[in-house]
Design a protein around this ligand. Structure first.
Ligand SMILES: NC(=O)c1ccc[n+]([C@@H]2O[C@H](COP(=O)([O-])OP(=O)(O)OC[C@H]3O[C@@H](n4cnc5c(N)ncnc54)[C@H](OP(=O)(O)O)[C@@H]3O)[C@@H](O)[C@H]2O)c1
Length: 274
């Protein structure tokens, strides 16, 4: 609770994390944010009473923890611009930029930093996120706790020991919200084809997704048990599941997640080449 945290980039994710920290009673005077957009900064200062500046170097000099919250495409330039200001400090660097490896960030910053690389997802914007975290070997146990505290402001956090597994996290939870949106869209369209009006079908699909997720998260039963409990032999759910299985549902999901994982690796290669 006494680390000076500086967010580089005051966009959607930074606002969400800052909002979560403030809600958890983190002292606002210890939080600063930088962004080229003065109007955006003024809005953040008004909303959260935090420190604002357009000057990345100065902000970094005064911080114990630096959260890199800019788009992946400009991260190399941002790292180069703050490299000198980090000299002689032992700041913790937290990157939430999708797909950029800690080794590339470390190289851009001068090769001597404690770095926690995170893969959050979009529901983090409503504090219902799932974030995978990886700490490089220079990160201490205390710094890991600090990173966890910051990301936990936006949802649940899970550590991976091998950075390669963040590509699997990307395939499951990073890209995952879109899979569920796709499922909801498809259910809405199918419901409409069965005669429901669009709004009714959509609301039924969304509320059913929420209810199923809450039962899976909050109860003692795992999803397979929950499914077995609602699938009576010869019943309606059994008919639907048999149809999914006949169309190789499991295989479709496995192939989709492999495609996402493979693309994450390709993107990291491309972005890290700078
Ligand atoms: N949103 C998500 O759901 C999500 C999920 C997983 C990971 N992420 C990762 O989180 C990071 C931030 O995403 P976001 O959605 O918050 O993006 P965003 O809303 O575009 O925020 C990035 C902010 O950085 C500012 N910026 C640009 N250049 C800068 C510089 N040199 N110094 C300081 N700030 C600068 C941008 O200003 P301008 O707009 O004026 O350029 C913008 O306000 C990304 O790397 C993304 O991969 C996001």
């Amino acid at each position: 609770m006494n680390n000076k945290i500086c967010f580089i980039g005051g966009g959607n994710m930074a606002s969400s994390l800052i909002g979560g920290l403030i809600n958890n009673a983190y002292p606002s005077e210890l939080i600063s944010v930088t962004d080229p957009d003065k109007d955006k900064l003024d809005q953040l200062a008004q909303q959260f009473s935090i420190n604002i500046t357009t000057d990345n170097q100065t902000a970094v000099k005064h911080a114990d923890v630096i959260v890199l919250a800019v788009k992946p495409q400009i991260l190399a330039d941002v790292c180069n611009s703050i490299k000198d200001a980090l000299q002689g400090k032992s700041a913790l660097i937290i990157s939430i930029a999708a797909g950029i490896r800690s080794t590339d960030i470390d190289r851009w910053l001068g090769n001597n930093n404690a770095i926690v690389r995170c893969m959050p997802n979009t529901p983090s914007l409503i504090q219902a996120g799932a974030t995978g975290l990886y700490a490089n070997p220079k990160t201490s146990a205390v710094q890991k706790k600090v990173a966890e505290q910051i990301l936990a402001a936006a949802g649940i956090t899970l550590w991976v020991e091998d950075e390669l597994l963040l590509d699997a996290v990307t395939a499951v939870s990073g890209s995952g919200p879109a899979y569920f949106f796709l499922f909801m869209e498809a259910m809405q369209r199918a419901g409409t084809q069965l005669g429901l009006d669009e709004q009714t079908a959509g609301l039924l699909a969304k509320q059913t997704a929420l209810g199923a997720a809450r039962m899976a998260l909050e109860g003692d039963d795992d999803p397979a048990t929950l499914r077995a409990k609602v699938t009576s032999k010869g019943g309606t759910t059994a008919a639907a599941i048999a149809s999914f299985e006949a169309n190789h549902f499991e295989q479709i999901i496995q192939q989709a997640l492999s495609a996402a994982r493979d693309r994450a690796i390709e993107l990291a290669d491309e972005l890290g080449r700078q």
